[in-house]
Design a protein around this ligand. Sequence first.
Ligand code: APR
Length: 309
Amino acid sequence: MRSKISIIGAGSVGATCAQRIAEKGYADVVLVDIIPGLPQGKALDMMESAPVLGFDSRVVGTNGYEETAGSDVVIVTSGLARKPGMTRDELLLANAKIITEVTRNVVKYSPDGIILMVTNPVDAMTYLALKTSGFPPGRVFGLSGVLDGARLSSFIAAELKVSVADVFACVIGEHGKNMIIIPRLCTAGGTPITRLLPPETIDRLVARTVNGGAEIVDLLKTGSAFYAPSAAAARMAEAVILDKKQVLPCTVYLQGEYGLKDAVISVPVKLGKAGIEEIMELELTQEEKKALASSAGAVRELIEKMKLD
Ligand code: APR
C-alpha cells in the first residue's frame, strides 16, 4: 500500500507540491481547500496527466477532511500569501485563525500523522500547530532552511559556474529577515565559499537570499513564490515517507538545544519515518550563537502577538 500525504490548501504551493509528489509515485495525495471545485479540478487534471507521465499515485481533491483520514504526513499550505510590500509577519493573525482550525481537523482525522507547516510566518505557525495539536515536537515541523538554503545554493552555483549538486549552503534561524547564513559552512565541492568568493560577493548573495521571497513577490505582483517552496516541502515529505534519515534544516521546537528553550527556529535535523529523529547541533561561534538567540527572540515576539494562552 502506498503512503498517504494530505495537502491542505490547493493554491500555488499546495497544488504544485501535490503534483511533485504524485509524479514521484511514493504516495497517494489528498488535496483539501475551502474553495468548492478547486481541489477537485486540480486533482482531476493531475490524474489525467498520469498516463502521460507514467505515475500510479492517486490524487483526490476535496473540501472536507474525511478523505484525509490516516495520513502519514499532512502538508499545511492553507492561508494568505504575501502581496508586494508585505512582510511574512503581516500575515500573522489572519493565518493564525486558519491554522488553528486546520490543525484541529488534521488531528481529528490523522491523530498519528506528521504535520509539515508551510504557511507563513512559518516559525510562528509551526509553534501554533504544535500547541494546538498536542502532538510531540518530533511530529510538527516547518519548511524554511531547505528553501532558503536552496535559494542560496542556486546563487552560489551560478556565481561559481558549478553544478548545484556540488554546493551546500548553511542557513538556519528564522524564515525571514532574521535568518542566519553561515558562509564558512557553505561549500562548493567541499571547499568553503569564503575561500572561493570575495567577501563583497558573498555579502551580495547573502542579502539576495534573505530577500529571496520578497524578490519573487515583487516580480509576480499577484502572489508569492511556489516552485521552490513546493520542491522543498516535497523533499522533506519524501525524507519522512521513505525513511531517508536525511539531514535537512527544518523549523523545529527546541528544548535546550543550542541553549534555547521553548523556541521555534530552523536548525539541521535528521528526518525519517518518525519525523524529527534527532536535532543536530552545529558547532557555532559565540557570535553565531548570539545571532541564533536573537533570531529566536524575533519569533518569540510574533508568538506573543498571537496571544495563545
Ligand atoms: N482551509 C483550507 N484551505 C484554505 C483555508 C482553510 N481554512 N483558508 C485558505 N485556504 C486556501 C485558499 O483557498 C487558497 O487556495 O489556501 C490556498 C492558498 O493558496 P495561495 O493563495 O495560492 O497561496 P500560496 O502561494 O499557495 O501560499 C500559501 O504558503 O509559502 C506560503 O506564504 C505562503 O502562507 C502562504 C502559503
